[in-house]
Design a protein around this ligand. Sequence first.
Ligand SMILES: Nc1ncnc2c1ncn2[C@@H]1O[C@H](COP(=O)(O)OP(=O)(O)OP(=O)(O)O)[C@@H](O)[C@H]1O
Ligand SMILES: [Mg+2]
Length: 280
Amino acid sequence: MSDLAVSDGAPDAPLLEVKDLKVHLRVADRLVRAVDGVDFKVDTAECVGVVGESGSGKSTLIRAISRLMPNLQVDELSGELRFEGRDILRMADRELRTLRRSRGFAMIFQDPLGYLNPTQRVGRQIAEALSPDGRGRSEHRRVLDLLDEVGFADPGAIARRYPHELSGGMRQRVMIAIALASDPKLLFADEPTTALDATVQLQVLETLYRLHKERNMAVAIITHDLGVVAELCDRVYVMQAGKFVENATAVDLFERPQHPYSARLVELSAHRLDFRGMQQ
Ligand SMILES: Nc1ncnc2c1ncn2[C@@H]1O[C@H](COP(=O)(O)OP(=O)(O)OP(=O)(O)O)[C@@H](O)[C@H]1O
Ligand SMILES: [Mg+2]
C-alpha cells in the first residue's frame, strides 16, 4: 500500500531535490527574504549538514520543505521541491500526510517538549505515530522496539512515563522514536542537540549516526556546531542571508573552504568558538 503511494515518482530521482526555492515572509510590514533562491539535494542514505549564522534561513528552509509553516505570513513560496521526483510543493494535503506516515520524511526539533503532549504517556504518543488508533498488541511491541532502538535500556518503564518525567536527552530520544515510527527515508533534524548539555549532546548524536547507518536513512541536520558536521555529515551547505554560499563535502569544507564566510566558520570552529551571531 505504502509502496503504491510513492510509486509515481521517478525511480532514479534524488531522494530530495530543491531548486531555486524562495520563501519570502511578511513580518510586521517588512518583507523578509528568509530563503532566497536555493538549490539543495539529499541523496538516499546520505547525511547532509546545513550550517550558518542565526537568522540565515536554515529552519525556514527545512520547514518549507516539510510544508510546516504555521502562523507565517508567506509572501512568496516558489521553486521546485521534489521527494523521489514527486512535487511536494504542489502536493495535496492528503497525499502529503500519506508521505509523512509511510516511508517519507520526518522531523525532529530543538525543543521536544514543545511537540510532545504533556498529558499523555510517551508510549501512547509513539503508538499513535505508528497508527492513528495505536492500541493493538503489535503496536505495543513496536513501541518497545523503537524505544530500544533509540537507546533506552528499559523501554517498558519509559513507555509509561510522561514527558515531564524525562530528561531533555531522553525526550529527544522519544522524539526520534516518534519520527522513526513512519520508517522515514529522510530525517530532518533542526538543531536536535543544541538545548542539551555537552555529554548528552554527544550521546544523542551518536544515536542519530547509528540510526542513519543501520537504517540507511538519509539525515539533513541543521547545526551551528561544525564539530557535528565533521563527525556526521558527508556533505555540507553553508547558508548566509537566505542563500547558500557553499556546498562542499565535509572534508573539502574543512580543508579548502571556498567562500570567505565558510573559511571564517572553519577558523572559528578550530578555536572551539561558537559562531552563532558572528558579524560579517
Ligand atoms: N515565525 C517567524 N516570525 C518572524 N520572522 C521569522 C519567522 N520565522 C523566520 N523568520 C525570519 O526569517 C529569517 C530566517 O529565520 P530562520 O529561523 O529560518 O533562521 P535560522 O537560520 O534557522 O536561525 P537560528 O540559527 O537562529 O535558528 C529571519 O530573518 C527571521 O527573522
Ligand atoms: Mg533555526
